[in-house]
Design a protein around this ligand. Structure first.
Ligand code: ADP
Ligand code: TRP
Length: 366
């Protein structure tokens, strides 16, 4: 069948004229994303990233690659036993969240030897100055120095490795949270530099962009009113983990920071209250959100009621995921099979990209 309209988001990559008719062939856009196996996966990781992976694997416009960034974890976490256990649980979490190895390519970063090879090439293109300016690098330097640790070179070149994770499959869309924006901007600089230096400015590597279905990239707030929900938070009560039992979720939400309530109608919401509304936006129905918004604007709001509702809606979201994670968490045979199947597909795609890049750079002699 000849599609009369090229679907939004699909770029025609070939236009053939056959006996008066134009045939459009629509390319699937390649999507890559990953998470670091550095601790227990939380609601921010789920809503900011993993939930989109699942939607994208089911969307016929996209070809989804998703992986566990174990090399990235080594920039800050070097306990081998912990790494092994975190990688396996990250894999179980992917599956529990709904990723399907028959729809998405799911793999472990270190299973692709092509990644360190392309990383080496891109380290020749990245400038020390631009890497030192990356906000996440500066934050990590602060944290490492505070805990008396030195700054390794891997931490500085973290964005190079991340760019390579993406471009190794020549991906254009990257479902991540807002905190990853600066890394993606740098990835675009690297690919443009490569294309300019080695391919006469023609696209060999396309530019990757952050993605969250038609919306801004997300920042899921922490429950203690400070910054984003994070795996490395000192206070475990500031994040909802996907493995938290229902009662734990309820307690954490009931204890989330709020204030004494608005004193004037339609008063702007202070950050800690906006955070609660942001969570409501992510978990609750439009009617629930509108109801509490109105209560707030009329100064009738009872934060206890809002939190009870929020806890109930979050439990409804997290509890089935937790159960599915627990079902596969200790099934090593299955986890190994998934990782192997993913590595095979991912290696093939990565090798094709790497071969082309090496040829452009001049690393093909005979
Ligand atoms: P963390 O920062 O908690 O260690 P990662 O760095 O491994 O988590 O992030 C994995 C993915 O989850 C990334 O796409 C990141 O942008 C996203 N993410 C992490 N925290 C949040 C958050 N609070 N809100 C939205 N997305 C987040
Ligand atoms: N830097 C990302 C994070 O901290 C993890 C990551 C590594 C990643 N490589 C990636 C995300 C490639 C998307 C694409 O969350």
């Amino acid at each position: 069948m000849i599609p009369s309209v090229v679907e939004e988001g699909n770029k025609p990559f070939l236009l053939a004229k056959t006996s008066g008719n134009f045939f459009y062939f629509c390319a699937m856009e390649t999507v890559v994303s990953g998470i670091r196996p550095t601790g227990v996966v939380h609601l921010g990781n789920y809503l900011g990233a993993i939930r989109n992976f699942v939607r994208m694997q089911d969307d016929s416009r996209y070809k989804m690659f998703t992986f566990i960034a174990d090399y990235h974890a080594l920039t800050t976490h070097t306990d081998a036993k912990e790494l092994r256990s975190n990688v396996k649980s990250a894999l179980a979490i992917y599956l529990g969240c709904g990723l399907d190895p028959d729809k998405a390519t799911i793999y472990i970063q270190s299973h692709l030897p092509q990644i360190p090879e392309l990383y080496l090439l891109f380290n020749m293109l990245a400038y020390k100055g631009e890497l030192e300016k990356v906000p996440t690098f500066k934050e990590k330097v602060r944290a490492q120095e505070q805990s008396g640790k030195s700054i390794n070179a891997g931490l500085l070149t973290y964005p190079v490795l991340m760019a390579v994770d993406i471009i190794i499959h020549r991906a254009t869309k990257v479902p991540v949270g807002k905190d990853q924006e600066s890394h993606l901007e740098l990835a675009r600089n690297f690919v443009n530099r490569f294309n300019f230096m080695f391919n006469n400015g023609e696209t060999y590597f396309p530019e990757p962009y952050g993605f969250n279905y038609g919306e801004e990239l997300l920042k899921v707030p922490s429950l203690d009113g400070t910054g984003k929900m994070s795996k490395s938070a000192e206070n475990p009560n500031s994040a909802i983990y996907l493995l938290d039992e229902d009662e734990v979720i309820r307690k954490k939400i009931m204890r989330a920071v709020s204030d004494s309530g608005p004193t004037m109608p339609n008063q702007p919401k202070p950050e800690v209250i906006q955070n609660l509304f942001d969570l409501l936006d992510l978990a609750s129905s439009a009617e629930t959100i509108a109801y509490f918004d109105e209560q707030y604007n009329q100064c009738n709001i009872r934060y206890g009621d809002l939190k009870k509702q929020l806890a109930q809606d979050l439990i409804a979201m997290v509890s089935p995921i937790r159960k599915r994670i627990q079902d596969v968490l200790h099934d090593e045979v299955y986890l190994k099979k998934v990782a192997k199947q993913g590595a095979e597909v991912a290696c093939e795609s990565a090798q094709a990209t790497l071969d082309g890049a090496k040829e452009l750079v001049g690393l093909n002699y005979f």
